[in-house]
Ligand binder design. Structure first.
Ligand code: FAD
Length: 558
C-alpha cells in the first residue's frame, strides 16, 4: 500500500497536506467568484469533525470478526472511526454533502484489507453468512459506487479495501502487456512501468488517488483517452474472486469464440465480484509530449475542428474544448489569480477585434508519441484548426493545463466551506447530436438550478474531452450558491434529475466514464432497455446468487 490512508481527508479531496493554491490574490478570487455567482457574501458552512460523528452501531458480532481475522490477520480487520468514516462513501458532491453533515449512512461494520489470495475466502465467508461486501479501491467514485448499502436481511456490511494488492506480477515485453494486482494506485503503477520504458497512459483527473481495479470496474477514461483508450479498450484479461468461485476471463489479442466476456468486467462496479488481477496493454513511454491551446470564434467551429481531427485520424492524445461559458469562466479565474499585464490586456482586446468575442472557445490539444510522429500530427492539427477559423494560443496554455491537471479537485473543499456547491456530470453522443444534447442538458440544469436557488445564480460550464470517430463526450460542471442549510440534498437531487432526464430524452448515455453506481441506476434502462437490464441481473444472479456484492449498485436490488 503506497498511500497511508490516514494522510487523506475522510470527507474531502486528497492529501491533508495539500490544498488548492489560491496565491497572493486569494481575496480578489473570492470577490470575483461572489460577483460571478451574484451573491453579496459567502456563508461559512463547517464540516462535522470526525470526533463528533455518530457512527451506526456495528451489527457484526465477535464471531464474525474472528472469522475475518482468521483469513486476513488482526492488523487488517479495522473498525475504528477513521476507517469506517473514510470508507462510508465515495467523493461525489452528494457524498461530500452527506459526509460533511456527519451522515455516514450505512458505514461498514468493518474494513478488511486482504491480500489477493485471501479475497476468495472473504467472499466465501460473506456468502455463507449473508454479509454484504463493498469492493473499495481509491474510493473516488462519484456515482455512489462505494456507499455502504446492504440487501434485505443481510447480517452486516464489510468494505473490502483492495489497496494491499499492489504488486506487478508480470511484464511481457514482447507482447507489451503487464499483469498487476488490481489495488495498485495510479502513480505507483505508472512509476513501475516507466522504470521499464512503458506506460499504460490512463490518467483520470483522480489519478493520484484511484486504483487500477477502480478504473476497470467503473469503465473509466483518462485525460489522454484519444491515444491510450478507455479501460474497456486497454483491458486484456482479468481475474475475479466471485461468490461462485474464481473467474478468469479470456486473454487473447482477438478472438471469435463468442461474445467478449471481458466487457462484463469493465464496468462491473463490484457487483459481480472483486477484480484481483488485471492484464493491461502497454505503450512505449512517449519520447515527446506536446500540449497547446487554440481559440475558436464559437463552439460550433471548435466542435467541427475536433470532429475533423478525430475523423482524419491525426495522432491525438488529448482534446479538451470548453464551451463559451467554461472558456470565459477560466479566463476570468486566471485573471483574478494573476491580474494581467498591460500587454495581456491589449492582447485580450485584440482577440475581440479579430472576431474572438463573447462566444469564443478554447481548445487544448495534446500529442504524445515519437518526436517525428508528434511533429507530423502537430502540422496536420494546425491545418485543420485553421480551416475551422481557429487560432493558436501557443504552448503556454497547453503547458499550464498539463501542469494543473490534477490540482482542480482540491478547490471543491474550500468552496463547500463557503456555501458554494460544485457538481459534475458527463455523457456522450454522436457528432450529429452533440449540439442538441449540449443545449438540452445545459438548459435543463440552468432551469433546475434557478428554481432551487435561494439566492444568486448557477454557472453551467461544459467541455468536450473524449472524442471518437463517431462522437464525443460532454462534461458539465455546475457551480452554484447552496440552498439553505438542510436543503442542500434536495437542491442537488433537483439538478441531478433534471440533467439525467434531459440526457435520456436527448440521446445521451447516462455516463461516459463515471459509471452507474446507485446515482444513475434509475436511468440505466434508458441506455440498455428493459431486457438489457434484466440480462445484467441474470449475470449477477449467476455470479452472486445471494446478492452480497455491492448491493444497490449497477443492478437494481431484487
Ligand atoms: C475529482 C475527481 C476526478 C475524477 N476524474 C475522473 C476522470 O477523469 N476519469 C474517470 O474515468 N473517472 C474520474 N473520476 C471518477 C473516479 O475517480 C473513477 O471512477 C475511478 O475509476 C475510480 O477508481 P477508484 O480506485 O477510486 O475506485 P472506487 O471509487 O473505490 O470504486 C469504483 C467502483 O468500482 C468498484 N471497485 C473498485 N475496485 C474494485 C475491484 N478491484 N474489483 C471490483 N470492483 C471494484 C467499487 O465497488 C465501485 O463500484 C473522478 C473522481 C473524482 C472525485
Amino acid at each position: 500500500m503506497t498511500i497511508d490512508r490516514r494522510t487523506l481527508r475522510w470527507n474531502g479531496w486528497g492529501s491533508r497536506e495539500q490544498a488548492f493554491e489560491f496565491g497572493e490574490h486569494a481575496e480578489d478570487i473570492w470577490a470575483w467568484l461572489g460577483e460571478a455567482l451574484d451573491i453579496e457574501d459567502f456563508e461559512p458552512r463547517l464540516a462535522t469533525a470526525l470526533d463528533d460523528l455518530a457512527l451506526p452501531e456495528p451489527t457484526l458480532d465477535a464471531d464474525a470478526r474472528a472469522a475475518l481475522v482468521d483469513i486476513v490477520g488482526a492488523e487488517w480487520v479495522r473498525a475504528d472511526a477513521y476507517e469506517r468514516a473514510f470508507h462510508a462513501r465515495g467523493r461525489s458532491y452528494r457524498d461530500l454533502l452527506l459526509l460533511r453533515a456527519g451522515d455516514v449512512g450505512s458505514a461498514p461494520d468493518v474494513v478488511v484489507y486482504p491480500r489477493a489470495d485471501e479475497v476468495q475466502a472473504v467472499l466465501a465467508w460473506a456468502a455463507a453468512t449473508g454479509v454484504a461486501v463493498v469492493p473499495y479501491g481509491g474510493g473516488t467514485s462519484v456515482v455512489g459506487g462505494v456507499s455502504g448499502e446492504r440487501g434485505d436481511g443481510q447480517a452486516g456490511l464489510v468494505t473490502l479495501d483492495t489497496t494491499r494488492m499492489d504488486r506487478l506480477l508480470e511484464l511481457d515485453e514482447a507482447s507489451h502487456t503487464a499483469t498487476f494486482e488490481a489495488g495498485i494506485y495510479g502513480p505507483q503503477l505508472e512509476r513501475t512501468l516507466d522504470a521499464r520504458g512503458f506506460t499504460l497512459g490512463h490518467y483520470p483527473q483522480s489519478f493520484e488517488y484511484s486504483t487500477l481495479g477502480g478504473w476497470i470496474a467503473a469503465r473509466g477514461a483518462g485525460q489522454q483517452s484519444c491515444r491510450y483508450g478507455k479501460a474497456e479498450d486497454w483491458l486484456v484479461a482479468a481475474k475475479l474472486a466471485t461468490p461462485r468461485g474464481v473467474w478468469r476471463t479470456e486473454s487473447f489479442p482477438a478472438s471469435a469464440a463468442g461474445p467478449d466476456l471481458r466487457q462484463l468486467v469493465a464496468g462491473s462496479e463490484g457487483a459481480l465480484g472483486v477484480i484481483t488481477e488485471a492484464t493491461v496493454k502497454l505503450h512505449l513511454t512517449p519520447s515527446a509530449r506536446d500540449y497547446r491551446g487554440f481559440i475558436f470564434p464559437d463552439f460550433e467551429h471548435g466542435v467541427a475542428a475536433v470532429r475533423e481531427l478525430l475523423q482524419s485520424e491525426v495522432l491525438i492524445s488529448t482534446v479538451r474544448l470548453s464551451d463559451p461559458t467554461e472558456t470565459s469562466f477560466f479566463a476570468e479565474f486566471a485573471q483574478a489569480r494573476k491580474p494581467p499585464s498591460r500587454t495581456r490586456r491589449f492582447a485580450g482586446r485584440a482577440l475581440e477585434a479579430m472576431g474572438f468575442g463573447a462566444q469564443r472557445c478554447v481548445l487544448i490539444v495534446g500529442h504524445e508519441g515519437e518526436r517525428a510522429a508528434v511533429e507530423v500530427a502537430r502540422a496536420r492539427t494546425g491545418a485543420i484548426i485553421r480551416r475551422e477559423r481557429g487560432m493558436p494560443l501557443g504552448r503556454g496554455a497547453g503547458d499550464s493545463w498539463y501542469r494543473d491537471r490534477f490540482a482542480l479537485p482540491y478547490i471543491r473543499d474550500p468552496l463547500l466551506d463557503r456555501g458554494v456547491g460544485v457538481d459534475t456530470l458527463e455523457t456522450s453522443t454522436s457528432w450529429s447530436n452533440l449540439h442538441r444534447l449540449h443545449r438540452a442538458v445545459r438548459d435543463a440544469i440552468s432551469t433546475a438550478a434557478a428554481a432551487s436557488a435561494r439566492r444568486g445564480r448557477a454557472m453551467v460550464l461544459a467541455h468536450v474531452s473524449h472524442a471518437y470517430l463517431d462522437g464525443a463526450s460532454l462534461y458539465f460542471t455546475i457551480i452554484f450558491p447552496q440552498a439553505e442549510p438542510g436543503a442542500e440534498l434536495e437542491q442537488w437531487r433537483a439538478i441531478k434529475v433534471a440533467a439525467s432526464d434531459a440526457i435520456a430524452e436527448h440521446g445521451g448515455t447516462i455516463s461516459h466514464h463515471h459509471g452507474v453506481g446507485s446515482d444513475h441506476l434509475p436511468w440505466l434502462a434508458a441506455d440498455k432497455g428493459g431486457l438489457g437490464v434484466r440480462l445484467l441481473g441474470a449475470i449477477k444472479r449467476e455470479l452472486d446468487p445471494t446478492g452480497i456484492m455491492n448491493p444497490g449498485k449497477l443492478v437494481p436490488k431484487p
